[in-house]
Design a protein around this ligand. Structure first.
Ligand SMILES: [Zn+2]
Length: 360
């Protein structure tokens, strides 16, 4: 019983439940328990159920959605700077860029369920639907409550996804004749870039001799369920106008090489797939910036070190990424590589041990 009392008291502190509400909640729960309603659940399930009752009763006790939402926003972002109730507009200090300057740049419209930081919204992607703000800065319980009061038309729409397929003409090297000229061109290109047979085998690298991706090396990427989630198509013709040709899939919604990642071991972060294949346990960010998905996944799942290995021209991005990652449960586990000159990880064939940089 004491655990339920603790829970109700905890919640009434968190959400500043007023007047008799905590008492009523407790009575409701006592009645439910005495009626034996919870007997069919075991220990953990029981707690989850109780949680739901508390949240539900809490929602019933509060007068309207806006009030609840404001409570959550205050919990996450602290005191407001400006508040126009008639417009549903309220501003706070931005949790990313404010740095105790109290500028109140982060504006939330709780009628429209959107937010934006006027200072770093574009740069740090601190803008978008309110659910994202709560995902990024709130906790699970706050998100649960928000989902309940989020209006239907502001819920993220389920996108119907045609699942990605390997391009027409895709052939694995082992499935093609050694003397087939197209295979030889493709294979020579990989050899000249230092890519070994082991790497080709490990990542299922192939080539296309027909179709829209003809004349390109294909590096496929699979998700945690071993379903293709992306592929890189690199032309081996030095005169090709487009070195890379991307599939019609959003690279922000996938983790490249996800099915090969061991989250308990050191993870390398590279820009491109041609870098990532040279390093053990590595993820290609497919650019110099990290997607929210990858950032959140690393925070959640990475249990060992994370080593940032961007190209030398992306040192500023690498440092920014370092600071972005080096917090919470990843604190002190983020390492960074500082490459010199034009050589990237692929040029170095993954020999990066001399380039560790000590961040101050
Ligand atoms: Zn900001």
């Amino acid at each position: 019983m004491s655990i339920y009392i603790d829970k109700v008291i905890g919640l009434s502190h968190r959400y500043t439940l007023k007047g008799d509400t905590p008492v009523i909640l407790l009575i409701v729960i006592c009645v439910l328990i005495s009626l034996g309603y919870l007997n069919k659940y075991n220990g953990n399930e029981k707690l989850v159920k109780i949680d739901c009752y508390i949240i539900f009763s809490y929602l019933c006790c509060m007068s309207d959605d806006a009030e609840i939402l404001l409570e959550i926003l205050h919990d996450i972002l602290g005191d407001e700077k400006l508040h126009y109730e008639s417009k549903g507009q309220i501003s706070f200090d931005c949790p990313i860029c404010d740095e105790d300057q109290h500028k109140g740049n982060l504006e939330v419209n709780y009628f429209e369920h959107v937010y934006k930081c006027w200072s770093c919204g574009d740069e740090n992607n601190t803008k978008g639907p309110l659910g994202k703000l709560i995902d990024n800065f709130g906790d699970k319980k706050q998100k649960k409550i928000y989902n309940l009061l989020q209006p239907e038309n502001h819920k993220p729409k389920e996108k119907r996804k045609d699942y990605l397929k390997l391009p027409t003409g895709f052939t694995l090297f082992k499935d093609s004749s050694l003397v087939y000229p197209v295979r030889r061109q493709a294979y020579n290109y990989l050899k000249q870039r230092g890519i070994t047979d082991e790497i080709i085998e490990k990542y299922g690298i192939g080539f296309c001799d027909t179709g829209a991706f003809s004349g390109r090396i294909i590096i496929p990427s699979y998700d945690s369920k071993n379903k293709l989630n992306y592929f890189i198509a690199r032309s081996w013709d030095p005169n090709s106008r487009a070195k890379y040709k991307n599939p019609e899939a959003s690279k922000d919604e996938i983790i490249f090489f996800e099915n090969t990642i061991n989250w308990n071991e050191d993870i390398h972060l590279c820009e491109g797939a041609f870098d990532a294949i040279f390093l053990p346990n590595s993820i290609a960010m497919l650019g110099k910036h990290m997607s929210d998905l990858l950032l959140n996944t690393l925070y959640e799942k990475a249990n060992s070190n994370i080593i940032i290995c961007l190209d030398s021209d992306a040192w500023a991005d690498a440092v920014k990424l370092f600071h972005n990652l080096n917090g919470g449960r990843l604190y002190n586990k983020v390492k960074i590589i500082k490459l010199t000159g034009d050589a990237d990880v692929a040029d170095l064939r993954g020999n990066i041990s001399d380039y560790y940089y000590k961040m101050k």
